[in-house]
Design a protein around this ligand. Structure first.
Ligand SMILES: Cc1cc2nc3c(=O)[nH]c(=O)nc-3n(C[C@H](O)[C@H](O)[C@H](O)COP(=O)(O)OP(=O)(O)OC[C@H]3O[C@@H](n4cnc5c(N)ncnc54)[C@H](O)[C@@H]3O)c2cc1C
Length: 375
């Protein structure tokens, strides 16, 4: 039976549910807290029940997997061990095994915000592939491995507004929550009700299974900021999140998302492997007044007044189209570095340092990387 609830009633039930209803083990997160399924909040359809992780995870670890095949930059050496986790339980089991084997670990989404060292990663890389999601009334629950583009498409189809800004944004939902990804004035944080995350610094239940620490964070507790969150600050792993969306006109919602996809194709050098914007945009309040004046015409609210770093790089003598090895500052979008073929991480790093030095010399502005470097 499907019960249609008013938004207030749904909110009330939801609060009641996640405060009081014991876990039915649907989210596969901890066995103590639950994902989006509960008697108090009936859903249409059912989420598929995740398989149990095998007893010896190490048998499933692939060896020497080239990370260049798992990053949008198409750069990166081998991971000593590599595992694709379909559920939070598998993720936890894999991390437990890594701890047992004394392997450092790193969690990967779609690899769209990463530069991986040419030497690769001497530990376990876990690619999160839990792509379950559920839409009920105007709520969306999604596991961290679902791609943001799927969520934009599926919520658009149902006339739910809130994710249009993410049209064309690559990456997983978990990666977006982790870095509070944003574009066109919107940010991942905007619609969040809560996020479930795992503290990988706990002992993952080794010896004492209750020690597993999965916590549900309210939006305020997530401490979202410009391309950051508490998860990024503390290195917690995002497992799933609940979003509240708004009913709207289906055609209009889909139209906005499509317009963003089109704009990205027109403005970004998407014909080459890349990792999106290399540098964060510059807060107007963080640059010398003289510089803010020089770039007055391009200041935009995204999500607060910023000078696009692309504009600063474009105005810095000698940077447009500059190349080191196979890496090049894009002429189409100067905040992108493109892999023109066979670029090495060292080429990109050298280019990043060069751009930072020249921008500082020309404008006295320190620009900071948005992408993460893994070695
Ligand atoms: C063409 C292009 C355009 C882009 N445009 C934008 C843009 O407009 N705005 C913007 O904000 N970004 C943009 N990006 C960057 C990127 O798409 C986002 O940062 C995205 O959210 C990263 O998600 P991912 O799954 O690819 O994360 P990955 O690149 O795989 O990982 C990035 C970081 O997140 C961590 N991580 C990933 N999943 C989890 C998880 N579940 N729990 C904890 N940590 C996790 C990783 O450990 C890593 O530190 C763009 C990238 C490209 C290639």
């Amino acid at each position: 039976m499907v019960i249609q609830l008013s938004e207030d009633e749904a909110n009330f039930r939801l609060r009641k549910w996640y405060n009081h209803v014991p876990c039915k083990d649907w989210c596969g997160a901890s066995g103590e807290t639950c994902g989006f399924l509960g008697r108090e909040f009936p859903l249409r359809g059912k989420l598929s029940r995740p398989d149990r992780p095998p007893s010896d995870m190490a048998l499933l670890f692939k060896k020497k997997v080239l990370l260049k095949n798992h990053t949008t930059f198409r750069i990166g050496g081998p991971a000593k061990c590599f595992y694709e986790a379909k559920t939070a339980k598998h993720l936890i089991a894999a991390l437990r095994k890594a701890r047992e084997l004394k392997l450092p670990f790193f969690v990967l989404g779609e690899g769209s915000n990463l530069l991986v060292s040419d030497k690769g990663f001497n530990g376990l890389v876990v690619k999160i592939q839990d792509s379950r999601f559920k839409i009920q009334d105007s709520y969306l629950w999604a596991a961290s491995g679902v791609s943001l583009s799927t969520l934009v498409r599926e919520t658009g189809k149902r006339g739910l507004s809130g994710l249009e800004w993410a049209g064309g944004l690559p990456g997983t939902f978990g990666g977006a929550v982790f870095g509070n990804a944003g574009a066109f004035g919107g940010e991942t944080k905007d619609n969040i009700i809560w996020v479930e995350a795992l503290d990988p610094h706990t002992n993952f239940g080794m010896g004492a299974s209750k020690n597993l620490k999965v916590k549900r964070f309210t939006k305020a507790q997530c401490k979202f900021g410009y391309r950051t969150s508490i998860f990024k600050e503390r290195g917690w792993l995002v497992l799933s999140a609940l979003l509240s969306l708004k009913r709207g006109d289906k055609k209009a919602i889909q139209g906005v998302a499509l317009a963003h996809i089109k704009q990205r194709k027109e403005r970004g050098p998407l014909e080459y492997p890349n990792a999106g914007s290399i540098f964060k945009n510059c807060k107007v309040t963080g640059v010398p007044k003289k510089v803010a004046g020089m770039f007055k015409g391009v200041i935009k609210e995204d999500p607060f007044p910023v000078i696009p770093t692309a504009a600063i790089i474009a105005k810095t003598p000698g940077l447009m189209g500059i190349k080191i090895g196979g890496a090049q500052v894009s002429k189409k979008h100067p905040n992108f570095i493109i892999n023109t073929g066979g670029a090495k991480a060292i080429d990109v790093l050298s280019l990043i340092n060069l751009v930072k030095r020249k921008v500082k010399k020309s404008f006295g502005v320190d620009i900071a990387e948005e992408i993460r470097y893994i070695e």
